[in-house]
Write a protein that binds this ligand. Sequence first.
Ligand code: PBG
Length: 321
Amino acid sequence: MRPRRLRQTDSLRRMVREANLTANDMIYPVFVMEGENTKQEITSMPGSFRYTLDLLLEELKEVSELGIPAIALFPLVAEDLKDNAGTESYNPNGLVPRAVKAIKAAFPDLTVITDIALDPYSNQGHDGIVENGEILNDETVAILVKQALSHAEAGADIVAPSDMMDGRIGAIRQGLDAAGWTNVGILAYSAKYASAYYGPFRDALDSAPKFGDKKTYQMDPANSGEAIKEVELDIMEGADIVMVKPALSYMDIIYRVKEISSLPVAVYNVSGEYAMVKAAALNGWIDEKKVVLETLTSFKRAGADLILTYHAKDAVRWLAE
Ligand code: PBG
């Protein structure tokens, strides 16, 4: 047997390639802030920016022209709008609803996915209401439903709960349906781990926890059977897409989830994964293009159908070369 026979030429290799990465696989996460005509580079995420809405629209023109089908929108919320209950998270005139309206008006074909969670709006930097140092579950879920409704009202195509409260997928599905938003989808952050790889994202949104950590709601990195439980619950509760997050050190989870999921599986190539590649590339220690394409292809090989990645624009350009 000579397996090398099928590796001899580029055309042979293309013929037998099992995982093919395309623009259709990608979801581009973007950061929006208040103001005009400003963009700020995120120090720990070189090449990624927070944009005011006007400049974000220019950025999204490029994103749509590249054929990237979807964005995931995250807001930087002013400190004086933050409180324990994340009240601003369901303000119908808040930054996210205004951004969604403007984006859908300018790019009706771009799928807009909004983040459902309290942390960018919480003065505690947590994904839920805090009482005596504890994160309340059901009280938080009630707020998440209101947040999802305000995003649906603004025109979001998909809402994406990233908080890890129990039962939120079912509650949001029922809330959306009762209000007539039966066509608004849910991308569930189903297996989301308590990860140190989120550090740069929390810099971007100024949303780091003010005390403690997120281990009472996000998953223990040591567990994998529990990821299956979380995914099964979200499927039963009405998710349309399930997600594993982070991606790079959770490839086994991606593989296991894909084996049992009847739904598309998304993975989040998170900020810390991006930061490591960027830091090494800026030092000239790795070939950024090759490392990024290898990494994203590996997610597909592991079982990902969709990839949230800050590399999306670069990757699509490189694929076209
Ligand atoms: C919060 C949220 C986080 C990310 C997406 N939504 C951070 C956290 O859970 O603390 C992280 C994304 C990234 O690191 O790129 N609900």
